[in-house]
Ligand binder design. Structure first.
Ligand SMILES: Nc1ncnc2c1ncn2[C@@H]1O[C@H](COP(=O)(O)OP(=O)(O)OP(=O)(O)O)[C@@H](O)[C@H]1O
Ligand code: NI
Length: 270
């Protein structure tokens, strides 16, 4: 059984313009995705393509003005309100994209230990921080005293739960040095080896291709391709969609080719 099954997920926002006029903006269109036990699936795509909203839809934390259709199942069970309440922070973990999720008024030590966290989770978290080079001293610091990379490590540690089946990591590594990035990716591989499913949203296509089993390429709310990670190699000819190839070829090691902007494509076609 898969850890995660998403069927025909769509998310749209209802916005009120000029008082009474309502506009409905679709930001995710008919998305299908499954993650098996022990599998790492990366999600890549330009800024605004809907990656974080996908994460928030799975976690059940979309903003109030968002409307969602489609089905999301975890371990075969529909993730409705009741299931989400049981799963979040236990079998379902989120590593949020923004360090703004940290409480500015709590020291690191106090953020790290929620009221219901077991000794086992605390051991996992402290162990992870130590692996990332952060010792006990960090406990006394407050979020404003942390560098971007340190804050990111704290978020990673806070997401650690011994019973996690599915972890949604939204940009886990920006601001981290290369050794810490490698350590973080290694940690995800360990989690996967233990049977967890991992959805890793990232701008780092090389890290995605080097760590994940499959890579989901999103553009403007749509999945253009779900590729085997190994297809991101050479000149990208194993990739099905031109946009996936563009992303791959835009990397410094692959020629730095500038991606063709959507507008230019459209003008070219008309
Ligand atoms: N509360 C909201 N109301 C209306 N539109 C929203 C809201 N939140 C997000 N959007 C829109 O949904 C789209 C997708 O946003 P999302 O945050 O998922 O992008 P992303 O792929 O995570 O981008 P990034 O790589 O910059 O993190 C964007 O166009 C954004 O403007
Ligand atoms: Ni995002």
């Amino acid at each position: 059984m898969n850890v995660l099954d998403i069927e025909a997920l769509s998310v749209s926002f209802l916005n009120y313009d000029r008082g009474t006029e309502r506009t409905n903006t679709k930001v995710i269109h008919g998305l299908n995705l499954s993650i098996g036990r022990g599998e790492i699936v990366a999600v890549v795509g330009a800024s605004g393509s809907g990656k974080s909203l996908l994460a928030h839809a799975i976690m059940g934390i979309l903003p109030r003005n968002a409307a969602r259709t489609g089905e999301i199942r975890m371990n075969g069970r529909l993730l409705d309100e009741k299931e989400l309440l049981k799963a979040r922070g236990r079998t379902l973990a989120l590593l949020p994209q923004s360090v703004g999720y940290l409480n500015p008024l709590l020291s690191v030590g106090r953020q790290l230990q929620g009221p219901f966290d077991s000794k086992k989770s605390m051991e996992a978290r402290r162990g992870l921080l130590a692996r990332l080079g952060l010792g006990e001293k960090i406990n006394r610091l407050f979020p404003f005293q942390l560098s971007g990379g340190m804050a990111r490590k704290l978020l990673l540690a806070m997401s650690a739960q011994p019973e996690t089946d599915l972890i949604i990591a939204d940009e886990p590594t920006p601001g981290m040095g290369s050794e810490d990035v490698a350590e973080t990716l290694h940690y995800f591989r360990e989690l996967a080896a233990g049977g967890a499913g991992i959805l890793m949203i990232t701008h780092d296509l090389e890290a995605a291709a080097g760590t994940a089993n499959r890579v989901v390429v999103m553009r403007e709310g749509e999945v253009v391709e779900i590729a085997q990670a190994g297809s991101f190699a050479g000149d990208g000819s194993l990739l099905q969609h031109p946009y996936s190839r563009e992303l791959w070829q835009a990397l410094p090691g692959n020629g730095f080719k500038r991606p063709v902007a959507r507008e230019v494509e459209t003008i070219g076609q008309s």
